[in-house]
Design a binder for this molecule. Structure first.
Ligand code: ADE
Length: 226
């Protein structure tokens, strides 16, 4: 998979993809990430990419021309399956959406800033708008990093058996069960007996039961989706 990201703050996206699972995905050539600075397509020598909003009101708006040029330039080289805009009024991001997007070949992600981007770009170029939650971040970069991380780890071949995503929270509309490691007793707190039983069927049943209990208690809203 190839992911291109357009941003005015490329520095914010340097570290998130350079460690752990995403780093390995890139090293194995399963994931290619290219971050592009919007100022390359700025309006003038001052690097202008934003302007006051029509109708008045506080806050600048990202101008249509630099964004249109950036999207068109990149689209000449890559056929994007989706052109995504990160925005708090977008579709709520979910594990289901991450699963779907992880099967795409090429994604282009636009990070907004200030008051947002000119509506005409949203109407004419953007194919999908994603929010990572009901709160407002200072820009779309951290949201894009969340989405790329969630998608990247699902690309076939990125995770191995040990890190498999199959048992992650949300994969079956269930939260993941509790996990334990050594020692079997820590400050007199014991690991549940069943996990030491060596009986895979019993362990699997216990995990499923714990997942259901945990979901009922913490997220009954997702359980009702089943
Ligand atoms: N940009 C600012 N806030 C955001 C959010 N909650 N989700 C996606 N993009 C954003």
């Amino acid at each position: 998979m190839r992911i291109d990201i357009i941003t005015v703050l490329p520095e914010l996206l340097e570290s998130p993809f350079s460690h752990s699972i995403l780093k390995r995905a890139r090293e194995k050539n399963l994931l290619e990430i290219h971050v592009h600075h919007l100022r390359q397509w700025a309006m003038n020598e001052y690097g202008q990419i934003d302007d006051y909003q029509y109708g008045g009101g506080a806050g600048m708006v990202m101008m249509p021309e630099p964004l249109a040029k950036a999207i068109e330039h990149l689209s000449e080289q890559t056929r994007y399956d989706e052109i995504i805009f990160m925005t708090p009024d977008g579709e709520p991001f979910s594990q289901k959406m991450a699963n779907q997007l992880s099967m795409k070949e090429n994604l282009l992600i636009i990070c907004g800033h200030y008051k947002g981007i000119d509506e005409r770009i949203r109407e004419h170029f953007i194919t999908r708008e994603i929010s990572i939650g009901d709160y407002v971040l200072s820009g779309g970069e951290l949201a894009a990093a969340v989405v790329v991380d969630a998608i990247g780890r699902l690309i076939p071949g990125v995770l191995n058996n040990e890190t498999s995503a199959l048992f992650d929270s949300f994969q079956d509309n269930l939260l993941a069960p509790p996990v334990y490691t050594r020692p079997a007793e820590f400050r007199s707190w014991k690991v549940p007996e069943v996990l030491l039983s060596g009986d895979p069927k019993k362990v699997a049943d216990w995990r499923h039961e714990q997942s259901v209990l945990r979901t009922e208690k913490r997220r009954p809203d997702i359980l009702s989706d089943l």
